[in-house]
Design a protein around this ligand. Structure first.
Ligand code: BV8
Ligand code: ZN
Length: 304
């Protein structure tokens, strides 16, 4: 293990590099919300270790078994609604507030958070960085209003949002934090928990009892991006990545494209990359700085 003095030396070098940065981008993944009690996907406690992600997070899976896929997202919505922002969310939220950012990066001109997470915790935190209300108490769209008012487009949710309910037939999409979304999903709750752990006991909910579009009545789907689907904000993210001179990669195994390509692209045009991850990740060997550990502790130690 590197001796402690190397740690403080690395931290000082990182802080100097961060201090002179002009265009900062954060790429975040499930590890950012792990300390808030939301399971990740592929590591130790990861959900998709027991479940096959492609069996649940693809349009084909939804087409074949919308009842099962909805139960999976109901299970995750419940986890997210009970979650509270952790110190890492708060530090990132503060960075996206210009005056705060200037304290740690006086030269900074832009800040963006590109998140793979669908839990909205980073947006909710921006709405109220100082309180730690569980997301269930934040009325739908409140965070968006604050986000639009104060920081247009600084947080880009590239894999969509778990509270969005999207129509499979018309353009209608609305945020709905009700739990359960519909009575049938509430009844299925217990059985799905077994499904994730051991059994495959899942209730088959008839189509007409699954969440429906409020506008046209057609079957609705979770407003997230599945494998094989186009992520949101790609053009905007590409230009942000192209301009970035500092990239923080926080809590991601860097296995899902295109998010996993951004850090490398920042470095290709001379930007710096700092990884904040619990386990070794695909981005480590190229990174200029690697801070091993929980981001809820490594970030506060660097940005007290
Ligand atoms: C696209 C939303 C093209 C849903 C997600 C073959 C067939 C089909 C597709 C492909 C294929 N091969 C490659 C692809 C492309 C595919 C892909 O990359 N697949 C991978 C798996 C090989 N990508 C796509 O399909 C993307 N779309 O390419 O479209 C296109 C272009 C134009 C037009 C049309 C199409 C779409 C990908 C989005 C999929 N949706 N989620 C949902 O959430 O249910 S992906 C899912 O994985 C989540 O979004 C998650 O964020 C993301 C990445 O996972 P991580 O966030 O990294 O989480 P993970 O558990 O893996 O790691 C957590 C890390 O945190 C660990 O390293 C751990 O050590 C660390 N950690 C834990 N605790 C902490 C911590 N770190 C710090 N502190 C802690 N406390
Ligand atoms: Zn509709």
């Amino acid at each position: 293990d590197t001796p402690p003095f190397a740690e403080s030396e690395r931290s000082a070098t990182f802080r100097d590099a961060f201090r002179t940065s002009k265009h900062i981008v954060v790429i975040a993944g499930a590890g950012l919300s792990a300390a808030s009690g939301i399971p990740t996907f592929r590591d130790g406690g990861g959900m998709w270790r027991s479940l096959d992600s492609t069996a649940l997070a693809t349009p084909e899976a939804f087409e074949a078994n919308p009842s099962l896929v909805w139960q999976f997202y109901h299970y995750r919505r419940t986890k997210v609604l009970a979650a509270k922002a952790n110190p890492a969310h708060k530090i990132i939220a503060k960075m996206s507030i210009r005056a705060q950012l200037k304290k740690v990066a006086p030269a900074a001109k832009t800040f963006h958070l590109v998140t793979q997470n669908v839990d909205r915790l980073s947006v909710d935190t921006l709405n109220d960085p100082l309180t730690d209300k569980p997301s269930a108490t934040i009325e739908s769209n409140a965070s968006d209003k604050k986000l639009r008012a104060v920081f247009p487009n600084s947080i880009l949710e590239m894999h969509g949002r778990i509270f969005d309910v999207r129509c499979t037939a018309c353009e209608h999409c609305e945020e709905d934090r009700n739990d359960p979304l519909c009575p049938a999903l509430g009844a299925a709750d217990a059985s799905f928990n077994d499904y994730t752990d051991a059994g495959t006991k899942e209730i088959n909910i008839p189509l007409e009892q699954l969440p429906r579009c409020r506008a046209c009545g057609a079957l609705a789907r979770p407003g997230v991006v599945w494998f094989g689907e186009k992520p949101y904000h790609l053009d905007e993210i590409n230009s942000i990545v192209y301009k970035a001179d500092m990239c923080l990669v926080i809590g991601t195994s860097s296995t899902v494209r295109p998010a996993s390509t951004y850090a490398y692209r920042v470095q290709r045009h001379g930007g710096k990359v700092a990884v904040f991850n619990l386990d070794p990740s695909e981005t480590d060997e190229r990174a200029d700085f690697v801070f091993r550990g929980g981001c809820e502790t490594t970030l506060p130690s660097l940005f007290p």
